[in-house]
Design a binder for this molecule. Structure first.
Ligand code: HEM
Length: 147
């Protein structure tokens, strides 16, 4: 059965990871602007809090869950991928890294919401590079399969 719907599952997997990546790359930018232009308690800070919460809850969380569900379904499709393949192991480690990064962003959203963020905009700029690097490694692993 999985083999029959395989192309659809793979399409839905790629759609989900694109939405997830968009959020992982955009949310830290909101944090940079939040720190630099909206002091705690200001009206603009409330606007940023709403944008951050909606991006996380309505786009990033569902997209992350969908990426995992369709990814695991692909993994379970006979003949598609094996845990003994080096590329799949490296990919899964990088994806766990992306998932951990997502959890860190979720904690930052909560800290901004309670006006208890202590991180600088410079820190968010630096951390913004992490998902981009992980994504490059993931896509090379799954498409090129170097080992
Ligand atoms: C969340 C956990 C994930 C799992 C379990 C997973 C697993 C898989 C598996 C088993 C395949 C099928 C490979 C094939 O068709 O031969 C696949 C395809 C793919 N994955 Fe993932 N993946 C995950 C997350 C991601 C992420 C985060 C990205 C990108 C940032 C990504 C990008 C891709 C791409 C581009 C393909 C299509 C490759 C092709 O056309 O051959 N995946 N994934």
């Amino acid at each position: 059965m999985l083999s029959v719907v395989y192309p659809w599952i793979k399409a839905l997997h790629v759609i989900s990871v694109i939405a997830w990546m968009a959020g992982l790359l955009y949310l830290p930018r909101l944090f940079v602007n939040h720190v630099e232009s909206a002091p705690p308690g200001s009206e603009l800070s409330d606007v940023f809090k709403g944008m951050e919460r909606r991006l996380l809850k309505r786009i990033m969380n569902p997209a992350m869950i969908a990426s995992w569900v369709f990814g695991v379904l692909l993994f379970a499709t006979p003949g598609i991928a094996s845990i003994h393949a080096g590329w799949m192991v490296v990919k899964l480690v990088m994806v766990l890294g992306l998932t951990g990064y997502h959890m860190w962003l979720a904690r930052c959203v909560r800290e901004f919401a309670s006006d208890s963020n202590h991180l600088s905009s410079r820190r968010f700029r630096v951390m913004n590079e992490v998902p981009a690097v992980l994504m490059v490694v993931i896509v090379i692993m799954v498409i090129v399969r170097p080992f």
